[in-house]
Design a binder for this molecule. Structure first.
Ligand code: UGA
Length: 437
C-alpha cells in the first residue's frame, strides 16, 4: 500500500508517521517548501512527544518521505488523505473549507489509477459529497471514491491515540473503498480495535458529536465546580463519585479554566451552525459554547478577587500559557482571555511556559517572559497557574512562598494540595474545592 497525506499539520504529520510505522509507504505533501525542508532536516513543525523519533526512524527505513510535489505523490497512491486545516470562518463560525476544496481540485488532476480520497480533516457533514462532486467535475474519467475517516487524536498524546485508538470510524459508500480502508487499518485488528464502518455523512457527524459531547462533559464539571465552591463540596470527589458509574465514565471530568485548543472551540461552533442551518438546533451545545466563553473571561476575576479586589499596579506571575500541557499550541488557550483581562485591570504580567512562549510572544503584547517558574514568581504579588505542565506539579510550596512578595496562589487546574499550600503559608485558591481547614 502506498498513501499520500496532503497537509503536514498535526493530523497529517502524525497520521503519516504512524501509518508508515505500520509498514505502509507514506508520502507527506505540503505547499510550504520551507516547512518540508525543515521536516526533511529532522526539525518538527509542532511539539509532540515522540514524533521526531518516529519520523526519523521511518524516513531511515525508507517508508516515509516529504515533498511539495502533490502530483507525483498522488499519482502513485492507493489512498490520498486530505489533512489540511479547517479553521473557523471569520464572521459566521462555519468551518472554512477553502483549503479542503482546493486540495480536492489539485488531487483530481493528479489521480492515476483507482484512488480512495479520504477526508481526515474535521469537516462538516456533506463535505465528502462536495469533494466527490469537485473531483468528478474536474476528472469525469477518474476512478475514485471519497471516504470520511475522522481523526480522534489528542495533542500531546497523538501517537499513542493513533496507534491504540478506542475505535476507528470509516464512512464509505462503496465496497471497493471499504476494502482499501480495512487494509490500511489492518495492523489495528491485532489489538482488536473496533472499526465503526458506516455511511459517509454519519462518519462526518460522529467527529462533531464526539467533540461536542466531550465539551459538554467538561463544561458540566466546570459549572459543578462553581456550585461546589458555593456549597462547600469537593468537585474531585463529585467527579469520581459520578464517573465511577460506567454510564458516565471518569474521563474529561477535570475542572479547569474552560476548554481551549484547535478543536473543541472550533468544532462546537461549527456544529452549532450546521444544526441551526439544518433546522435542528443543538441547544445544549449552544449553551456550552456560551458558558465556556464566559468562563475563560471570568477566570481573570478570580485572580482579582484573590488579590483582594484589585490588581492595579501589581505583578501577576503566570505559569503555563498553552491550552493544555505537552503542546506548544496557543490556539484558543484560556491564557489569551485571562492575561489581557488582567492587563486591562492594571496588572503587569510575568509569564513562563515550557513550550508556548515563542507563540505567546506573538499573541500577547506587553507581557514579560521569565526563564522558569520560580523566576516568574520572584517578587510577584500573586501567581496564577493556567496550564498543568508536569514541571509545575513538583514546585516546592516553601520556595514559592519565598519567591512571592505576597503569598497569593490561584491554581486553575487543581494541581496542588490545599493543605500543603496552607502549611507553607500560601493563600491558595483552586477550582471547586473547599479551602484547607
Ligand atoms: C480533542 C479531542 O480530545 C480529540 O479526541 C480530538 O481528536 C481533537 O480534539 C481533534 O478534534 O482534533 P485536543 O484538542 O488535543 O483533542 O485536547 P484535549 O485533551 O481533548 O483537551 C481539550 C481542552 O479541554 C483543553 O483545553 C483541556 O485543558 C480541556 N480539558 C480536557 C479540561 O478542561 N478538562 C478535562 O477533563 C479534559
Amino acid at each position: 500500500m502506498r498513501i499520500a497525506m496532503i497537509g503536514t499539520g498535526y493530523v497529517g504529520l502524525v497520521s503519516g508517521a504512524c501509518f508508515s510505522e505500520f509498514g505502509t509507504d507514506v508520502v507527506c505533501v505540503d505547499k510550504d517548501a520551507t516547512k518540508i525542508a525543515r521536516i526533511q532536516a529532522g526539525e518538527m513543525p509542532i511539539f509532540e512527544p515522540g514524533l521526531d523519533e518516529l519520523v526519523a526512524n521511518n524516513v531511515k527505513a525508507g517508508r516515509l518521505s516529504f515533498t511539495t510535489d502533490l502530483k507525483e505523490a498522488v499519482s502513485g497512491a492507493d489512498a490520498v488523505f486530505i489533512c489540511v486545516g479547517t479553521p473557523s470562518r471569520r464572521g459566521d463560525g462555519h468551518a472554512d473549507l477553502s483549503f479542503v476544496y482546493a486540495a480536492a481540485e489539485e488531487i483530481a488532476h493528479a489521480i492515476g489509477r483507482y484512488t480512495v480520497i479520504v477526508t481526515k480533516s474535521t469537516v462538516p457533514v456533506g463535505t465528502g459529497r462536495e469533494v466527490e462532486a469537485i473531483i468528478r467535475k474536474a476528472r469525469p474519467d477518474a476512478e475514485f471514491d471519497v471516504v470520511s475517516n475522522p481523526e480522534f487524536l489528542r495533542e500531546g498524546a497523538a501517537i499513542n491515540d493513533f496507534m491504540r485508538p478506542d475505535r476507528v470510524v470509516i464512512g464509505c459508500e462503496s465496497d471497493r473503498a471499504e476494502a482499501v480502508m480495512r487494509q490500511l487499518y489492518r495492523p489495528l485488528y491485532l489489538i482488536e480495535t473496533p472499526i465503526v464502518m458506516t455511511r459517509r455523512e454519519t462518519a462526518e457527524l460522529i467527529k462533531y458529536a464526539g467533540n461536542s459531547f466531550l465539551a459538554v462533559k467538561i463544561t458540566f464539571i466546570n459549572e459543578m465546580a462553581d456550585l461546589c465552591e458555593k456549597v462547600g463540596a469537593d468537585v474531585h470527589d463529585v467527579a469520581r463519585g459520578i464517573g465511577l458509574d460506567g454510564r458516565i465514565g471518569r474521563k474529561f471530568l477535570h475542572p479547569g479554566p474552560g476548554y481551549g485548543g484547535s478543536c473543541f472551540p472550533k468544532d462546537t461552533l461549527a456544529v452549532v451552525k450546521t444544526a441551526r442551518d439544518a433546522g435542528a438546533p443543538l441547544r445544549i451545545v449552544e449553551t456550552v459554547v456560551e458558558v465556556n466563553d464566559l468562563r475563560k473571561r471570568a477566570m481573570a476575576d478570580r485572580v482579582v478577587t484573590a488579590c483582594g479586589g484589585s490588581v492595579e499596579g501589581k505583578t501577576v506571575a503566570v505559569l503555563g500559557l498553552t491550552f493544555k500541557a505537552n503542546t506548544d499550541d496557543m490556539r484558543d488557550s484560556p491564557a489569551l482571555d485571562i492575561l489581557p483581562a488582567l492587563q486591562a485591570a492594571g496588572a503587569a504580567i510575568r509569564a513562563y511556559d515550557p513550550e508556548g512562549m515563542g507563540e505567546a510572544r506573538k499573541l500577547l503584547p506587553g507581557i514579560d517572559f521569565a526563564e522558569g517558574a520560580y523566576a516568574a514568581m520572584e517578587g510577584a504579588d500573586a501567581v496564577v497557574l493556567i496550564t498543568e505542565w508536569n514541571e509545575f506539579r513538583a514546585l516546592d510550596p516553601r520556595r514559592m512562598r519565598r519567591a512571592l512578595k505576597s503569598p497569593v496562589v490561584v491554581d486553575l487546574r487543581n494541581v496542588y494540595d490545599p493543605a500543603a499550600m496552607a502549611e507553607a503559608g500560601l493563600e491558595y485558591t483552586s477550582i471547586g474545592r473547599p479551602l484547607a481547614a
